[in-house]
Design a protein around this ligand. Structure first.
Ligand code: MCA
Ligand code: AMP
Length: 485
C-alpha cells in the first residue's frame, strides 16, 4: 500500500535524509530528523484512540500530526486560543485518549485531566517503515462551524488528504523542489493539510512564520521560498504594504506561485498586487469537509474573481433551487456547488443527522452559490446561509456567538450578523437587547466574553444596542431587518 509521506522513508534509501523538511523560526528538521522524531513518537502513541494535538504554530505540532498519521491514529488539532466552552465541547465530542503538546506549553484545565505526551522533536526512535498508508481510515478530525450550535468534527480520511494534495500538485506543478512560506494557523485544513502535510507529501519544505507578517513573507521569498499560501486578509495586508515596501514587491515578483484561499480575494486586491509585482495571485476553493475542489491552474489563465476549474478527480456541479443540475454555463445562472470525489470527508463525528449534507448518490452540498463561465471557470457569488460568517478566513457560525452572548448577564436578546470589512472580509456584528438599558455591556466586555468562551477570532468587533429585535410572526429574528439605528 502506498504511503502518505514517501519522502520520509525514501530518504533512508537514497541518502537524502539531510534535505530540509520543516522550519519554524530558527528551529528546523531535515527529513531524517523528522522521520526519527515522528517515528519515536508514533511508537509511543501506537494503539491509542484519537489524539488531541495542541496546535501551536511550532515544529511540535507538525511532528505530532505526522506521528499520529504514522501510527494510524486520528489527530484532533486544537486551537490553542480556544475558549473554555469551545474546548470543552471538542474534547467531549472527540474523546481523545491523549494530548500531544510542546514541552513547557501550559494547557488549560479541561486538558489537564488527559494523559499528556510532550513532543520531543529531537527524539531518535525507530524511523517509520511506510506505515502512513493511504486508505479510508480517519486521518484528522477538524472542527468547523455550522449556522447553529457548537462546531462539528469533520472526519477526514487519509485518502482524502492524499487525493487533494496530489490533485494540487498536478494543478500547481508542485514538486519536492518547492519551498513554501506561510503564517497560517495549524488547526485548520488550510495551514495544516495544505501548508504542512502538502510540502511533506511532495518531499519539499515549508518555512512557517509563526505569525503572519509582510516582513516575514518578504524575507523568506527573497531567501529562496517559491510559494506563498495565505487567506485574503493576508493578501489584503500585502496589497496595503506594497506601495511603501519595494523589498516586498521584489520578493513577490520572484515567487513561483502566490495562492489565496479560505474566502474570496477581492478583485481590487488582485489588481493592486499584480500592478506592484507583475505576479498574479491564484485562488483555489475548498472546505474543511471537502478539502480542495477547484483551483486556477499554474498553467491556466489566472482570472481574478474566479476559483478556477475542478481539480483532477473532483466532480463538480451547480444545482438549481429545484434540484436540477445546470448543464450549460453562461456566467449568469446561479446554482449551489455540489461536489463528489475522493477528497471528501466521511462524516461529522457523532452527528448522523448532519449527514443530510450528502445527497443519496454521494454529492456533498457545499452551501456555496456560484456561476460558471462558458469555459468552466467557477465564480463563487455567495452562500446559501446568511448565518455563516467568514472573518479573516475563519468560518464562524452566527448561532454559536449568539448562544455565547446570551450567557452574558448583561444580554437579554442577541443576534449576530456579518458586515463587509476591507481587512477581514466580514466583521462580526452583535445586535443585543441589554438586560439593563441604563448600563449595557461594552463592546470590550462582550468581545472578552466571547473570546474567553469560544475563541478570539469569534469575538464581535461592533455591538449595537436595541430596545427589541425585529421578529416575524413566528418569533424568528429577521436579520435582514437589522440596521444601524
Ligand atoms: C484581540 N485579541 C484578543 C482580544 N482582542 N484576544 C483575546 N480577547 C480579546 N478580546 C488578540 C487576538 O487573539 C490576536 O492575538 C490579536 O489580538 C489580534 O487579533 P485580530 O485582529 O483578530 O487578528 P489578526 O492577528 O489580525 O489576524 C488576522 C489573520 C487571522 C492573521 C488573517 O485572521 C488568521 O490567521 N486567519 C487565518 C484563518 C484560516 O487559516 N482559515 C482557514 C480555515 P495574536 O496576535 O496573539 O494571535 S478555511 C479552510 O481551512 C478551508 C479548507 C479553506 O478553503 O482554506
Ligand atoms: P471552512 O469550512 O472554514 O473550511 O470554509 C469553507 C468555505 O470557505 C467554503 O464553503 C467557501 O464559502 C469559503 N471559501 C474557501 N475558499 C474560497 C475562495 N477561494 N473563494 C471564496 N470562498 C472560499
Amino acid at each position: 500500500m502506498s504511503s502518505l509521506f514517501p519522502a520520509l522513508t525514501e530518504g533512508r534509501t537514497d541518502g537524502r535524509t539531510d534535505r530540509p523538511a520543516l522550519r519554524f523560526g530558527d528551529r528546523s528538521l531535515t527529513y531524517g530528523e523528522l522521520g526519527a522524531a515522528s517515528g519515536a513518537l508514533a511508537a509511543r502513541i501506537g494503539g491509542a484512540g484519537r489524539v488531541a494535538v495542541w496546535a501551536t504554530p511550532a515544529l511540535e505540532t507538525a511532528v505530532a500530526v505526522v506521528a499520529a498519521l504514522e501510527a494510524s491514529i486520528a489527530a484532533v488539532p486544537l486551537n490553542p486560543k480556544s475558549g473554555e466552552k469551545e474546548l470543552g465541547h471538542i474534547l467531549a465530542d472527540s474523546a481523545p485518549t491523549l494530548v500531544l503538546a510542546a514541552p513547557g506549553d501550559e494547557l488549560p484545565p479541561p486538558l489537564r485531566d488527559l494523559a499528556r505526551i510532550d513532543v520531543d522533536v529531537r527524539a531518535t526512535g525507530p524511523v517509520p517503515h511506510g506505515e502512513a498508508s493511504v486508505d479510508d481510515a480517519p486521518a484528522l478530525v477538524v472542527y468547523t462551524s455550522g449556522t447553529t450550535g457548537p462546531p462539528k468534527g469533520a472526519v477526514i480520511p487519509r485518502r482524502a488528504v492524499a487525493a487533494t494534495l496530489d490533485a494540487l500538485a498536478d494543478a500547481w506543478q508542485w514538486t519536492g523542489d518547492d519551498v513554501l512560506v506561510h503564517g497560517l494557523p495549524l488547526f485548520h485544513v488550510h495551514g495544516l493539510v495544505l501548508g504542512i502535510l502538502g510540502p511533506l507529501r511532495r518531499g519539499g519544505s515549508v518555512r512557517h512564520l509563526g505569525r503572519f507578517t509582510t516582513e516575514g513573507v518578504a524575507r523568506e521569498l527573497n531567501a529562496g521560498a517559491t510559494m506563498l499560501f495565505g487567506v485574503p486578509t493576508m493578501y489584503h495586508r500585502i496589497a496595503q504594504t506594497l506601495p511603501d515596501d519595494p523589498e516586498l514587491a521584489k520578493a513577490l515578483g520572484r515567487a513561483r506561485l502566490l495562492v489565496s484561499g479560505s474566502a474570496a480575494l477581492p478583485v481590487h486586491d488582485h489588481e493592486r498586487i499584480a500592478a506592484a509585482t507583475g505576479r498574479r495571485v491564484i485562488e483555489r476553493y475548498g472546505m474543511t469537509e471537502t478539502l480542495m475542489n477547484t483551483s486556477v491552474r499554474a498553467d491556466g489563465e489566472p482570472r481574478a474573481g474566479t476559483v478556477g476549474v475542478p481539480l483532477p478527480g473532483v466532480e463538480l456541479r451547480l444545482v438549481e433551487e429545484d434540484g436540477s443540475p445546470i448543464t450549460s454555463y453562461d456566467s449568469e445562472t446561479v446554482g449551489e456547488i455540489q461536489v463528489r470525489g475522493p477528497n471528501l470527508f466521511t462524516e461529522y463525528l457523532n452527528r448522523p443527522d448532519a449527514t443530510a449534507a450528502f445527497t443519496a448518490d454521494g454529492w456533498f452540498r457545499t452551501g456555496d452559490m456560484a456561476v460558471r463561465d462558458p469555459d468552466g471557470y467557477v465564480r463563487i457569488v455567495g452562500r446559501k446561509a446568511t448565518d455563516l460568517i467568514k472573518s479573516g478566513g475563519y468560518k464562524i457560525g452566527a448561532g454559536e456567538i449568539e448562544n455565547a452572548l446570551l450567557e452574558h448577564p448583561g444580554v437579554r436578546e442577541a443576534a449576530v450578523t456579518g458586515e463587509p470589512d476591507a481587512d477581514l472580509g466580514e466583521r462580526i456584528v452583535a445586535w443585543i437587547v441589554p438586560a439593563d438599558p441604563e448600563s449595557p455591556p461594552t463592546v470590550a466586555e462582550l468581545a472578552d466574553h466571547v473570546a474567553n468562551r469560544l475563541a478570539p477570532h469569534k469575538r464581535p468587533r461592533v455591538v449595537h444596542h436595541l430596545a427589541s429585535l425585529p421578529r416575524n410572526d413566528m418569533g424568528k429574528i429577521m436579520k435582514r431587518a437589522l440596521t444601524r439605528d
